[in-house]
Design a protein around this ligand. Structure first.
Ligand code: DX5
Ligand code: ZN
Length: 220
């Protein structure tokens, strides 16, 4: 039986009350905190860095999943590891040496993953599967919360699922962008096991009601 994980993206949380927000969303049933890092260079938006990761770290026991939308990536990785990140993912287009960046993340004691934009081909995975702990399929173009799910992502989730099964390794398959209770089952059917949701959760007053509704969809 698949273990499904709900990973709220704090991009849509109230940043003025971030400690309380992460505690509340974990109490509501979040399995992972998804932490979106944007640099106004690789993506056209600017968000949060290692200091904020360090600040929320004592507030939650669940893993912090740092999604780096930055270029270059390597020099910020040790800072996020020190700040308490558990998983660090990056976009292959943003790294000069993908294998080296994956190894750098692992050498810093974190799980490592690659992120695929809607138009990024999956072949970047072919020769590095042994260094991958998570594959993240973007179902929107990165940069903003609240965008609509791009259905083509389902095909890429299915491709990633096949590659994971063929590898025989324990690799999380995460989907990010436009996920809500209405489409989470389709993403799961395609093979995803970890679901990022920002606006769908933080945009509603009752986080538990949303997460519970997602779990109902995943159970049916
Ligand atoms: C987009 C980010 C997402 C975003 C998801 O670049 O990577 O994690 O916060 O937000 P929603 O769930 O609102 O699409
Ligand atoms: Zn993200």
């Amino acid at each position: 039986m698949t273990t499904y994980r709900i990973a709220p993206s704090i991009l849509s949380a109230d940043f003025a009350r971030l400690g309380e927000e992460v505690r509340n969303v974990v109490a509501a049933g979040a399995d992972i905190i998804h932490f979106d890092v944007m640099d106004n260079h690789y993506v056209p938006n600017l968000t949060i860095g290692p200091l904020v990761c360090q600040a929320i770290r004592p507030h939650v026991q669940v893993p912090i999943d740092v999604h780096l939308m930055v270029k270059p990536v390597d020099r910020i990785i040790p800072d996020f590891a020190k700040a308490g990140a558990d998983i660090i993912t990056f976009h292959p287009e943003a790294s000069e040496h993908i294998d080296r960046t994956l190894q750098l993340i692992r050498d810093n004691g974190c799980k490592a993953g690659l992120v695929f934009n809607p138009a990024t081909p999956m072949h970047y995975l072919e020769h590095v599967m042994d260094k991958i702990d998570m594959i993240l399929i973007m179902s929107v173009n990165p940069g903003f919360g609240g965008q609509s799910f791009i259905p083509e992502a389902l095909k890429k989730i299915a491709i990633a699922r096949r590659m994971i099964d063929e590898s025989g390794r324990d690799i999380m398959l995460e989907v990010d962008g436009g996920i809500k209770a209405e489409n989470i089952a389709a993403a799961a059917a395609a093979g995803a096991d970890t679901f990022v949701a920002g606006s769908a959760i933080f945009g509603k007053p009752d986080y538990k009601a949303v997460i519970d509704a997602m779990r109902v969809e995943l159970a049916t």
